[in-house]
Design a binder for this molecule. Structure first.
Ligand code: MUC
Ligand code: MG
Length: 370
């Protein structure tokens, strides 16, 4: 069970339909495949999706920090020394997706070593998650058509609508069009990615007061401390902290400070080890949890699925598991299949995924490329 090597392999897969939101845009999945090898010949895998506009990580930066900083700290530890590995990685404050991918690849390797799934190792609560789909910026009619296609093709009936454009009516018109089109047959919530001010957010929430929103997420920056508390105080749906609360300490500060009333857990940035801490913290604080998406591919979505199905509170609401549908291809030997609006737990040990070697050879952009 001893870790002998950690690989960081860059790959690039184009999107069929780019995702646009208030803080950025994604046209290519320029991610890093992380592989943790052990002396038993086991290989655990996960992916790190750089989000330069949110956390400052880049594809090259992730590879450098894994090769130069994290791998030397972890090689020689066993897969059971996860808390020691966590301590060593936690000395570095930043680089969330690099640390998370290593952590999840270690859990994957542990599952393969023990012949158990990560979901069962973590808590084993359920066998499926309801899927929520993110709708990126576009005209109202285009976003409604996209939601209809998701419902017709995959049975998805929960939509996170990206908002945060100016004027606010650009976005409130979209939410109104979705509600008018679907009536009460869908769940809708909004994510501003910090695009509005607190006052603009309050105005938008007023305009959408009759649209039965499930949540409001990160409408304005949490660093606008007083404005954000004022907004959260007057918002009558749970207000989710996403990028403002990526760590347990941030969650504690934001929730106790009144800057949010619910949180996102994203395995892409907190792996399994720290996501578990965030989950327990949320339980202790008595707040709602949504399994979020960091614009993950299928590997990352499988990680979210593995973690989200392990606990009651992470499987209560629809989880953001469908971003990969907008990508032109992926690396898994068995592609994820959303059916009747759900993703079912993957059979198999660890995270339950296998990488297709031909696809990896095709999409990797380092010297290992065929
Ligand atoms: C989300 O929930 O905000 C956009 C930026 C990011 O880091 O994640 C996405 C989705
Ligand atoms: Mg968000």
């Amino acid at each position: 069970m001893k870790i002998t090597r950690i690989e960081a392999i860059p790959f690039a897969i184009p999107y069929r339909k780019p995702l646009k939101f208030a803080s950025g845009e994604v046209r290519t999945a320029s991610h890093v495949l992380v592989r943790v090898h052990t002396d038993d010949g086991i290989v655990g895998v996960a992916e790190a999706p750089p989000r330069p506009f949110t956390y400052g990580e880049t594809q090259r930066g992730i590879i450098a920090v894994i090769e130069d900083v994290f791998a030397p700290q972890l090689v020689g530890l066993t897969l059971l020394e996860r808390e020691e590995a966590h301590e060593r990685l936690a000395r570095t404050i930043g680089n969330p997706t690099a640390k998370a991918a290593i952590d999840m690849a270690m859990w994957d390797a542990l599952g393969h070593t023990l012949n158990l799934s990560v979901t069962d190792l973590l808590g084993g609560f359920t066998d499926r998650l309801k899927v929520s789909h993110m709708l990126g910026f576009d005209e109202p009619s285009v976003m409604v058509a996209e939601a209809q296609r998701m419902r017709d093709t995959y049975g998805i009936s929960t939509f996170k609508v990206k908002v945060g454009r100016k004027p606010v009516t650009l976005d409130t018109a979209v939410v109104r069009a979705l509600r008018a089109h679907f009536g009460n047959t869908v769940e809708l919530y909004v994510d501003g990615n910090r695009g509005w001010t607190a006052a603009e957010s309050a105005r938008a929430m007023r305009e959408m007061a009759d649209l039965d929103l499930l949540f409001a997420e990160e409408l304005c920056p949490a660093d606008d401390v007083v404005g954000r508390r004022w907004l959260v105080e007057k918002t009558d749906v749970p207000f989710i902290a996403d990028e403002s609360a990526p760590t347990p300490a941030d969650v504690t500060r934001e929730i106790l400070g009144g800057s949010a009333t619910a949180i996102n857990i994203k395995t892409a940035r907190t792996g399994f080890t720290t996501s578990r801490r965030v989950h327990h913290l949320a339980e202790g604080l008595g707040i709602e949890v949504v399994m979020g998406n960091q614009i993950d591919g299928q590997i990352g979505s499988a990680c979210t699925l593995a973690f989200g199905s392990a606990f009651a509170s992470t499987s209560r609401y629809a989880a953001e598991l469908s971003n990969f549908l907008d990508m032109s291809d992926d690396l898994l030997a068995e592609p994820l299949q959303i059916r009747d609006g759900h993703l079912h737990r993957l059979p198999g040990n660890g995270i339950g995924i296998a990488i297709d070697p031909d696809k990896l050879a095709h999409y990797r952009i380092d010297e290992g490329r065929s």
